[in-house]
Design a protein around this ligand. Sequence first.
Ligand SMILES: [Ca+2]
Length: 321
Amino acid sequence: MQAFIKKLSAERGIPLDWLEPGVAVARYSPLSEKYTTPRPNANKKTTAEKNFLLYERNLVNSERIRRGTDFLEDNRAVFDRVEAETGVSRYAVAAIIGVESIFGRNMGRFRVLDALMTLSFDYTRRSKYYLAELSDFLEFCWLQQIEPVAVSGSFAGAMGLGQFMPSSLKAYGKDGDGDGHIDIVGNEADGIASVANFLLVHGWARGERPLYRVSATPEIFKATGSGGIKTHTTAGALLKAGVKPLEALPLAENEPALLVDLPWIKASNEKGVDYYIGTSSFAAILRYNRSYFYAAAVSLLADELEREYGKNAPEAKPLKK
Ligand SMILES: [Ca+2]
C-alpha cells in the first residue's frame, strides 16, 4: 500500500502529506468484500435476468413513476437548463437516476474510501480494476479538496444520484450549479448534469427516443448480426431485413440503429420476445450498463415519466402487455 501511495503521489502530483493521512483512516469493509464475491451458483441466471416482465416490474412501477415526477418537478429549473445545453432528454436522465438511486433515496451509506481500499488491497479478485478506481477517487478528492473519508457511496464505491464509479466521475462529472465544485453526492444539480453529460458523450442524439416498438423474429435477429451494444446497422437495413414498425417510426433510413430483444415469460408460462429498434440514444444508455434489460427499463421508465409529467406527453403507446 505504501508503494501504491508513493507511486500515485508521483504520477498525479498529489502531495504525500495529504494522501497518507487521508488513506490511513480507511477501515476494512467486510460487506464490500462479501457483496462483490461471486456466489457458487452465480452462473445460473436468475428468473429476473431471463424474464423482462419481472425485471421491468421491479424498476418501472407506479411508486417509481410518482417519485420520478416529484424529482422532475423539484429540479425543474436544473432540468430546463441541462436539457437546453445538452439536448439530452430530462426523462432519460431522471429514469437513470431513478433506476440507480431511486432519485437519491438510495445512494449508499458505505464510506467509498473503505470500500475501494478493501477491494483493492484485501480482496484481490478484481484488485487491478479497483486500484484504478481508488486512484481516480483519491485524485478527484484532491482536486475537489474533499476529505476522502467523508464521501459515501455503494459497497463497490459508486456515488451519488447516478451511482458513478470514480473513473466515470473523473471523465464525465459536471458542475451543474456553477459553484466551481463537483459535489456528486450532495448536490442534485451536479448529479443531474453529470448523468446528462455521460449520455451526451456516449452519443445521445437530440430529440431522439431510445426505443421504437417493432415486430421481428429470432431469425431476423440472427441474420442482422444483432446482439451487441453498438448501433451496428441502420433503421433502413433493419426494415429491409423484415423488421416491421408497431408504432410511428420517425427515423431516417440511414439512422444508426440496433435491434433489441427482450424475452419474457408470463405467470401463465406463455413465452415471447418483444423487439425494439434501438437508436444512438439507446446505445448511450447501454454504455451505462451493457444490458438490454437495463437500458430498456430505463427507456420505458423515461417514457412513463414523460407521459405522466411532460407537457407534450406522447399518446399512449402499446409498450406494455
Ligand atoms: Ca457544483
